[in-house]
Design a protein around this ligand. Structure first.
Ligand code: 13P
Length: 247
């Protein structure tokens, strides 16, 4: 199984900051790395980021992804972008069902399933994000919640195991500085692994953990059996931290 380090920049970084990030990243980029890396910048900087990755000589190791797409091919959807547009700009991955899309923007399970299906139908590799709220954890329904999100998110008719990654991101751990303990994260990721082996017999779908991953806790989280890498928010904005976690 490969290792993964994905950086979700959310609504951060402007053009000058992105230029500086790539300049600094390239200056200490590892010659050899087994880690699959990707950065998810805001839409408007997709092409700039793809161009920078190429010109800085890191594009063969570091992919670019989109933080969201619309499920329709095209049409009257003001403010949205299609899978085709993301691919056209050089995206190789998408993030679907991120907790901020679910809980801040109110995306439904049905919409998330449609988006995952749209990405898979066009060959855009998709990170399906799942995770419980604090209230759900306290009520003891963590697994029911995650299982429901997996079942629904992967229910489309175009889903292919080699286009899917799953990120377990407990909502209460995102941006709070309060990461899940490695053991708690492993417990859920182990259950996700088991569920995925039933859904995709014979295939191995990568499982990432996200939620306050930083240089000082990444090693203990990534050493867990069923955690294949991280989906990192805040700490991915700094090239030094990003590369530390890659190593
Ligand atoms: P933080 O690493 O900032 O907690 O964000 C996690 C996340 O939401 C990644 O998608």
């Amino acid at each position: 199984m490969k290792n993964y380090l994905f950086g979700n920049w959310k609504m951060n970084m402007n053009g000058a900051e992105i230029d500086r990030f790539f300049h600094d990243l390239a200056s200490s980029f590892p010659e050899k790395s087994e880690t699959v890396m990707a950065i998810f910048p805001p839409f408007v900087y997709l092409e700039r980021t793809v161009r920078l990755a190429k010109s800085m000589g890191v594009a063969d190791k570091l992919s670019i992804g989109v933080q969201n797409v619309h499920e329709a091919d095209k049409g009257a959807y003001t403010g949205e972008i299609s899978v085709e547009m993301a691919l056209d700009c050089g995206a190789e991955y998408s993030l679907i069902g991120h907790s901020e899309r679910r809980h801040v923007f109110g995306e439904s399970e049905e919409r998330i399933a449609a988006k995952v299906n749209a990405c898979c139908s066009r060959g855009l590799r998709t990170v399906l994000c799942v995770g419980e709220t604090l209230e759900e954890r306290d009520r003891g329904v963590t697994w029911e919640t995650v299982e429901r999100q997996l079942k629904s998110g992967l229910s489309g008719d175009k889903i292919q195991s080699d286009s899917i990654l799953v990120a377990y991101e407990p909502v209460w751990a995102i941006g709070t500085g309060r990461s899940a303990s490695p053991e708690d994260a492993q417990e859920v990721c182990g259950a996700i692994r088991k569920w995925l082996s039933g859904r995709f017999a014979g295939a191995t779908v990568p499982i990432l953990y996200g939620g306050s991953v930083k240089p000082d806790n990444s090693e203990s989280l990534f050493s867990m059996t069923d955690i294949d890498g991280g989906l990192v928010g805040g700490a991915s904005l700094d090239p030094g931290s990003f590369l530390y976690m890659v190593r």
